[in-house]
Design a protein around this ligand. Structure first.
Ligand code: NAP
Length: 324
């Protein structure tokens, strides 16, 4: 029997219910996993609420780390006892144990603990593709990073600094500003208290930044467009405050021949080579100390409703974990 979280309908945190059910043996191409730590991600709230609809009933959660307990036919790269982690795939990570496709799992190197992997794999591979593929960040580039004290922000900011970028962060409170500075932000703007685009122009001598990484969406989108230099890139990669508005292509012209993209991790880790490249780049920056797991909150699995309430109320900083 294994404890897991299930939703029968979309809605608020109360739709998440704990269930105890037997675990089926792994089918061909699958493995069973005993999970030691589960990463919470904002996307879980979108799938729960129905902003990103999923087939119901369903499990929830995208990211966890643990140990392989059984291997299905045809699985070559994993054995019982291997320490592994995953990010993405079918929702259902909020569980003490589960069965899932072996192709989504990466082996953990010595020295990377399960809680570190669960906190960082999804957020860190996101930071990797945003900084190395969506826009190739080089020394001297100027970046605006929204939610700089959040889960992705706490990885993206130090990694960008290690590439030689100048990083301006936005946060929702003075307390989070201190954390964003500790992660490496050169300047921090408090959303709601300061005019973001005006402050960005001031920090950049009137020019604007080369790229904006915007995960806040609705509340930040207009300021993001106004913070770019001519021919700058807006990377809209999340909707923490709600979906951003539709954009008239003419707006991109009038604001400086801007570029706009809306990427997602699944399309940047679509095959095994891309997945392993992203994971190993992340393991390298963890090992050399560039990126640290900023685990701001740990919740027992049974407190999953509170964990979602805290995330949606902006009461979390860094990464959050569920402990089965
Ligand atoms: N496209 C992709 O591939 C991809 C992959 C991973 C994550 N994401 C996106 O990246 C974002 C960050 O994910 P995460 O899991 O690390 O979450 P997070 O950053 O830890 O949490 C979201 C943060 O957004 C900020 N925020 C601003 N306005 C908000 C509002 N009205 N309601 C709630 N939060 C608000 C809050 O920080 P402040 O209080 O400091 O403003 C909050 O802590 C999410 O939007 C997620 O969907 C996208």
């Amino acid at each position: 029997m294994a404890l897991s979280v299930r939703i029968e309908q979309h809605g608020g945190p109360e739709v998440m219910q704990l269930v105890e059910a037997p675990l089926a043996p792994p089918a061909a191409g699958e493995v069973s996993l005993q999970q030691h730590a589960v990463g919470l991600n904002f996307i879980d709230t979108y799938q729960r609420s129905g902003l990103y609809p999923i087939a119901l009933p369903s499990g929830l959660g995208q990211e966890a780390a643990g140990v392989v307990t059984a291997v299905g036919a045809g699985v070559e790269h994993l054995r019982v006892g291997d320490r592994v982690a995953y990010a993405g795939g079918p929702a259902g990570a909020y569980a003490a144990a589960r069965v899932l496709p072996a192709a989504r799992l990466v082996k953990l190197p010595e020295g990377i603990a399960s809680d570190v992997a669960a906190a960082l794999l999804l957020k860190g591979m996101t930071a990797y593709y945003l900084l190395h593929m969506t826009f190739v960040v080089k020394s001297g580039h100027r970046l605006l990073v929204h939610a700089a004290a959040g889960g992705v922000g706490s990885v993206l900011v130090p990694w960008a600094k290690s590439l030689g970028a100048e990083v301006i962060g936005t946060v929702g409170s003075l307390d989070k500003a201190a954390h964003a500075q500790r992660y490496g932000c050169d300047a921090v703007i408090i959303q709601g208290q300061q005019d973001i685009a005006k402050e960005v122009k001031r920090f950049t001598g009137g020019t604007g930044v080369d790229v904006v990484y915007d995960s806040v969406g609705k509340d930040s989108f207009a300021a993001s467009l106004d913070s770019l230099r001519p021919r700058g890139l807006l990377v809209s990669y999340g909707n923490a405050s709600g979906k951003p508005p539709a954009v008239d292509p003419g707006t991109l012209m009038t604001k400086g021949s801007l570029f706009l993209t809306r990427p997602t991790l699944a399309h940047y880790t679509a095959n095994r080579t891309e997945l392993e490249t992203a994971a190993h780049a992340l393991f390298k920056v963890i090992a050399d100390g560039t990126v640290k797991a900023e685990i701001g909150q740990r919740f027992p699995l049974r407190d999953v409703q509170q964990a979602h309430r805290d995330m949606e109320a902006r009461n979390t900083r860094g990464a959050s974990l569920l402990i089965p």
